[in-house]
Write a protein that binds this ligand. Structure first.
Ligand code: NAD
Ligand code: ZN
Length: 359
């Protein structure tokens, strides 16, 4: 009934704050086998940021390609096994990248100390021991993965997070300079994840004064960034979007996401679509559930000349639509929040299939 939420232990915010990392890591270096693992989005390989990573000769720096697939359980297990066998137990893990890298860093830090495959721990509070120290540096804003209690992984059976108190980062560095290079389309889709988190958090039975305060502020920031007189990718807006992402994540943690995220999970699990893009594809058809949010979302699409695909479902088989609807239906906490405890009387597999057919 009452969520007892574990927040990030420490946060540093501000342009240029990436440079504080070396001194932040220093006291942690005495832990375990005295080396750090840096997991870095492949985008930064050969770019200026690579030179600024405070890695020492004993550390491991791994560049990870996060496209086109979302993080998998297999990827986490093999990364963990390989590092444990070759170097031992790290002092900590640093993730530098988007939501994918945030989730990989969180998951791998837990799996260093929990035996067996990460598939065993997909769900709530299944992790048995605290993981190792982990620090997150987001480089694209919107998912809220930098603050959330979950590390979402796609496994052979399900797309589900390793969710527990120990998943949350020990430290986050929010340096808005790092998101300046995000291409416009990804800036839009990932930012819209925050926008949709807030709309869904606000529209449902679990909304409360606490989640509302965060959502209200994050929505205001999104409106400035995407619709204001100074809308667009400016340094000031990058500051705002980075804070909005964090607050959107906090809002949904104290409330819940809804119909759009349920449908988005189906698109990701069955068709492999990326989370933020899948949300946008689904959200444009949810006038029955989020009419006001959708109206504003359409203004944002127009303003930034983003065109979302139409008529996708013409190419989907009945079997694919059914399987996507099953994935979405099996997220009862989202439907309960969005529709109410009697949601099963209002939402059937057929209702959900019809929503997919609109896409
Ligand atoms: P991402 O991490 O998948 O990255 C998207 C793209 O942006 C990649 O091509 C990446 O290389 C590029 N990129 C990242 N930073 C860049 C930069 N500064 N400049 C240029 N390009 C850059 O993107 P995302 O949308 O942040 O994350 C999606 C993932 O987050 C999904 O796997 C999803 O499941 C997960 N997610 C997790 C949570 C959570 O609470 N844990 C919440 C929502 C989504
Ligand atoms: Zn989301």
């Amino acid at each position: 009934m009452h969520k007892n939420f574990k927040n990030i232990e420490k946060v540093v915010f501000g342009r240029g704050s990436f440079s504080t990392m070396d001194s932040i890591l220093e006291p942690v270096r005495k832990e375990n086998d005295h080396f750090f693992v840096f997991l870095v989005d492949n985008y930064f390989k050969g770019r200026e940021l690579e030179q600024r990573i405070p890695a020492r000769p004993e550390d491991v720096v791994r560049f990870i390609d996060v496209d086109p697939y979302e993080p998998t359980t297999e990827q986490i297990d093999s990364l963990r096994d390989e590092i444990l066998q070759s170097k031992g137990l790290p002092s900590g893990v640093v993730g530098i990248g988007g939501g994918s890298i945030m989730d990989i860093a969180k998951a791998v830090s837990l799996m260093f100390t929990n035996e067996g495959s990460s598939t065993l721990y997909q769900g709530l509070n299944l992790i048995k021991k605290p993981g190792i120290y982990h620090l997150g540096v987001p480089t694209i804003s919107g998912t809220g993965a930098e603050v959330s209690m979950t590390a979402v992984l796609t496994g052979p059976e399900k797309k589900l997070g390793l969710k527990c108190d120990w998943t949350v980062f020990n430290q986050v560095i929010l340096d808005p300079e790092l998101i300046a290079s995000v291409p416009r389309d990804k800036w839009f889709y990932t930012g819209m994840d925050t926008y949709i988190h807030c709309i869904e958090s606000e529209t449902g039975i679990l909304n409360n004064a606490f989640s509302h305060a965060y959502a209200e502020q994050a929505l205001k920031l999104c409106q400035d960034v995407y619709l204001g007189d100074e809308a667009g990718q400016t340094p000031e807006n990058d500051d705002k979007l980075m804070v909005a992402s964090l607050m959107g994540g906090l809002s949904l943690t104290y409330s819940e996401v809804g119909v759009c995220h349920a449908l988005s999970y189906g698109l990701s699990k069955i068709l492999g679509e990326k989370h933020c893009y899948a949300n946008c594809v689904a959200f444009q058809h949810l006038e029955d559930y989020y009419p006001k949010g959708l109206e504003e979302f359409r203004q944002m699409l127009d303003k930034h000349q983003i065109e979302l695909p139409q008529g996708l479902s013409r190419d989907w088989t009945e079997d694919q639509i059914t399987r996507m609807a099953q994935v979405a239906y099996n997220l009862p906490h989202m439907w309960n929040h969005a529709i109410g405890p009697d949601w099963k009387e209002k939402i059937t597999l057929e209702t959900i299939k019809d929503l997919y057919r609109r896409m």
